[in-house]
Each structure stands twice: as C-alpha cells, then as structure tokens.
Design a binder for this molecule. Structure first.
Ligand SMILES: *[C@@H]1O[C@H](CO)[C@@H](O)[C@H](O)[C@H]1NC(C)=O
Ligand SMILES: *[C@@H]1O[C@H](CO)[C@@H](O)[C@H](O)[C@H]1NC(C)=O
Ligand SMILES: *[C@@H]1O[C@H](CO)[C@@H](O)[C@H](O)[C@H]1NC(C)=O
Ligand SMILES: *[C@@H]1O[C@H](CO)[C@@H](O)[C@H](O)[C@H]1NC(C)=O
Length: 227
C-alpha cells in the first residue's frame, strides 16, 4: 500500500494548518479591549433609550479597575446577602493614587454597576446577562444625570472569576479624573476603557498558551510519521 504512508502526514498537516488558523483567529479576538466594547454597548443602550452618549473617561475607568481589585477576587462579596463595597475614602486614598488620577479632580460617582462570574463572556453578554440582572440597573444605565463613564474587566489572576465594573460620574469630561501626565498607570491583570489601548489580559491566559503546545505536538507527531 504505497499511498498510506503519505496519507497520514498529509492529513496531519492539514489538521495543523486548520489549528493554526483557529489560533490566529483567537489572537485577533484578544487584541480588542473588552472594557471599551462594554462602554459601546452602554452608550448604544443609552442612545436607544433617548439618553445622551457618555464620555469614556480613562481616569474614571482606571479607578473602576482599582475598584475591582479591592474585592481581591472574592466573587461572593459582589451582590447578594454578603455584598460588600469598598469604603468611599478608598477613592481618594488608594484608587486615585494607584491610577495617577489627581485627587482634586475626583468627581461625584452618580452610578455604579458591578458583576462577577466564574465564566468569561463577551462584553454584550456581560451587560445583559450579568450587569443588568437587578431591576434598578436599567435606571442606573439610562440616568440622565451622568455625563461620563468608565468600565473595567478583570480576572483575579488573568483568570476566573471575572469581574465587570462600570462607574458613572457627572463630572465635566476635561476636568474630572485628570491623569497626571495624561496617561493612566496601567496595572495588570485587567482592562479598562478610554485609554485607546488594546487589552487582552482579562481573557484566560491558558487559551493563548495552549496553542503553541498543541501545534508543536502536532509538528512532532507529523515528523514521526514523515520519517
Ligand atoms: C437596554 O438594555 C436592557 C438590558 O439588557 C434591555 O432590557 C433594554 O431593552 C435595552 N434598551 C434598549 C432601548 O435597547
Ligand atoms: C439626578 O440628580 C438630582 C440632583 O442631584 C437628583 O435629585 C435625582 O434623583 C437624580 N436622578 C436620578 C435618576 O438619579
Ligand atoms: C453631581 O452629582 C452630585 C451627587 O448626586 C450632586 O450633588 C452634584 O450637584 C452634581 N453635580 C453636577 C454638576 O450636576
Ligand atoms: C473643558 O471643556 C470646555 C467645553 O468643552 C471648555 O470650555 C473648557 O475651556 C475646557 N477646559 C479645559 C481646562 O480644557
């Protein structure tokens, strides 16, 4: 049977090419910023409900990521009977300095949404399936008092559980949550909106790290068959 020795390596090669294209696809997806996508979903929902589109403030968004970090990965402290909230003083004492936000530019928080799930979902699913689960949430999103928004998403170690946080403010866009030097201090893991950056650290790192192993395993296998 002279055909058979060729058939196996060939089909493995095809499989490898297929897997590489799938992994390329995964990489394209992870280069976007899920926090920016969440702000888009929120602004689309607002404009569809005849409320104004909100300014995406990177200083406020960085604070939203700090707000998440205050939970230290404890999903059970979000919502429900054991719900906890970081103390208000943390905004000025911890969150703002960690972000490089000028303390004097801190403005009133006019709404906040927080959700936590063990599974990573897309920003639009996080919006409708996690953040909008309480009856009051839609009022918070469409509140006409807000002028700006900041969103963040983070896994505790770049992995599960996944926290989503949205903070709203009625501050003026160019004089609230002002960043020293104009850029937010990036703190990993996690992504926040408004900074025009690409971010993928909210995604499970295993997904990205698995492909090279699968691919090299297949190459090794293919070499064995090719011999
Ligand atoms: C806004 O989002 C909420 C929650 O997902 C949904 O029930 C509502 O229909 C949306 N509003 C508009 C105008 O699309
Ligand atoms: C908007 O702000 C005013 C004044 O601070 C307050 O009375 C009102 O309840 C707010 N509206 C909503 C929907 O929160
Ligand atoms: C912003 O909201 C706070 C708290 O609701 C309120 O006291 C303040 O007057 C508002 N500021 C502006 C400029 O609307
Ligand atoms: C902030 O924006 C307002 C309106 O867009 C403008 O009048 C004001 O001069 C700006 N302030 C600063 C500090 O850039």
């Amino acid at each position: 049977m002279p055909g058979l020795p060729w058939l196996l390596p060939l089909s493995l090669l095809l499989l490898l090419l297929l897997l590489l294209s799938v992994s390329a696809d995964v990489q394209i997806k992870v280069t976007k910023n899920p926090a920016d996508e969440l702000v888009d979903v929120i602004n689309n929902n607002r404009t569809a409900s005849k409320s104004s589109s909100l300014y995406d403030n990177p200083g406020l968004a960085c604070i939203a990521l700090q707000y998440i970090k205050a939970y230290q990965g404890d999903c059970a402290a979000v919502g429900g009977a054991n719900a906890k909230k970081p103390p208000e003083a943390d905004f000025a004492e911890i969150f703002a300095p960690n972000c490089g936000v000028q303390t004097l530019s801190l403005s009133p928080i006019t709404g906040r949404l927080l959700g936590c799930e063990t599974k990573y979902v897309s920003p639009s699913k996080a919006f409708s399936g996690i953040l909008m689960q309480k009856e009051k949430s839609i009022e918070i999103v469409t509140d006409k008092n807000h002028t700006e928004v900041g969103a963040a998403v983070s896994g505790s170690d770049g992995g599960s559980p996944y926290f989503w946080c949205v903070l709203f403010s009625n501050g003026t866009s160019n004089s609230s949550f002002v960043l020293e030097g104009g850029v937010a201090k990036i703190s990993k893991p996690g992504c926040f909106s408004g900074a025009n950056d690409e971010c993928s650290s909210a995604y499970p790192s295993q997904v990205r790290h698995l492909w090279p192993f699968v691919a090299s395993g297949l190459v090794a296998l293919w070499c064995v068959f090719a011999l």
